[in-house]
Write a protein that binds this ligand. Structure first.
Ligand code: KG4
Length: 350
């Protein structure tokens, strides 16, 4: 009988410490420790993130192995997120992965975090029937740091055909949420408030950028100016005073903002799919948790008779299952990395 391929993956690119185990392509465990320490600062504090990773990494890996029911001696290789991300955070996962691989004398596999997000569509949890895309497909990759349209032609063959020239979609959500005094990260708060708001209440500037690229900085400014003008008209000094005066204002602003961001994202995706004649589209990254965006994908599928792929919630934000899946394919290709590989903060997808 052939020996099973058992991969342990470690993800530590930002503020989630995560470990996952895949055996012969089936996900056995996926454990994530999130960091609450950043909430009071309104954003991720890199130094605090690396310290929290140091505290979390051993218990997270230990729990992932136990939940999977495997011992470290059964591991075939260790996959880890090499970048892009916060360097101090990446260093914790990278160093841990190297140490473990060296001590067990097994190969090390480096995974690009963005490719990992796309590979979330191929994760196969034990006992669950999930639909996976076939090649080629277009993936809208939207997170706190990226907004891209990626043409995916193979597990390891991906080309960015469009991307943001300034802010990412998640950044636009988070920055506008901050203006409204919502906690960090603001995306999920906007999503929640938007549900009881009117999407047509406000009209924000939509960017006019060539090709398949995005831009969200103008939209952010338009949002800010709308609030500033309202404050002037109502003679108030703060957003709190304004929202007290105008019923349902926060909800309406959130609904209109979310509608505009989704509209911008979907228009370019449609243009790319039409031009390239690709009838499978997927969404990935933290913003793919957004309920409006998920609905927009379902509508897209019906309207354009396209196959659409929306990841389960657990694989939208940073997680090691997606890194493990990418690592599994690299293992099958014997695509290993040297022990002196260093993490990187910024990169292209391939
Ligand atoms: O991929 P991710 O977990 O982390 C990185 O960017 O590395 O994405 C985080 C982003 C944040 O900007 C967050 O506000 C956004 O995803 N996000 C959402 C929602 N859930 C998370 N944005 C809009 N609606 C949501 N439900």
């Amino acid at each position: 009988m052939e020996k099973s391929i058992v991969i342990l993956a470690i993800e530590s690119s930002c503020d989630d410490t995560s470990a996952a185990v895949i055996c012969d392509g089936i996900l056995l465990s996926n454990v994530t420790a999130s960091q609450k320490v950043h909430e009071e600062f309104g954003g991720v504090v890199p130094e605090l993130a690396s310290r929290a990773h140091q505290l979390n990494i051993v218990p997270v890996v230990d729990t992932a192995l136990k939940r999977a029911g495997v011992t470290k001696d059964a591991l075939s290789a260790i996959a880890f997120t090499r970048g892009p991300g916060l360097l101090g955070s990446l260093l914790v996962g990278t160093s841990f992965a190297k140490g473990l691989a060296l001590s067990l004398q097994i190969p090390l596999i480096d995974v690009n975090h963005l490719q990992g997000h796309i590979m979330a569509h191929f994760v196969q949890p034990e006992g669950e029937a999930l639909k996976h895309p076939t090649f080629p497909f277009l993936c809208l990759l939207v997170s706190g740091g990226n907004s891209q349209i990626v043409k995916v032609e193979g597990y390891n063959k991906m080309t960015i055909i469009g991307q943001t020239i300034d802010d990412a979609a998640g950044e636009a959500f988070d920055k506008c949420a901050k203006v409204l005094g919502l906690p960090y990260p603001g995306g999920p708060w906007i999503d929640k408030l938007a549900k009881s708001g009117n999407k047509d209440a406000f009209h924000f500037a939509e960017p006019n950028i060539a090709g398949y690229n995005y831009s969200f900085s103008g939209l952010k400014t338009s949002f800010l100016y709308t609030i500033r003008d309202l404050m002037k008209v109502h003679g108030v000094e703060t957003v709190e005073e304004l929202t007290e005066q105008i019923p349902n204002l926060k909800e309406d602003l959130c609904a209109s903002l979310q509608y505009t961001i989704i509209n911008v994202l979907m228009k370019k995706l449609r243009k790319a799919a039409k031009d390239l004649n690709i009838n499978q589209v997927a969404v990935a990254g933290g913003v793919s948790a957004n309920s409006g965006l998920r609905e927009a994908f379902i509508d897209y599928g019906k309207r354009y008779k396209s196959e659409v792929y929306i990841p389960p919630f657990s694989f939208t934000t940073d997680n090691a299952a997606m890194i493990c899946q990418a690592g599994y394919y690299k293992f099958l290709d014997s695509d290993f990395c040297p022990i002196d590989a260093v993490p990187f903060a910024k990169t292209k997808i391939n």
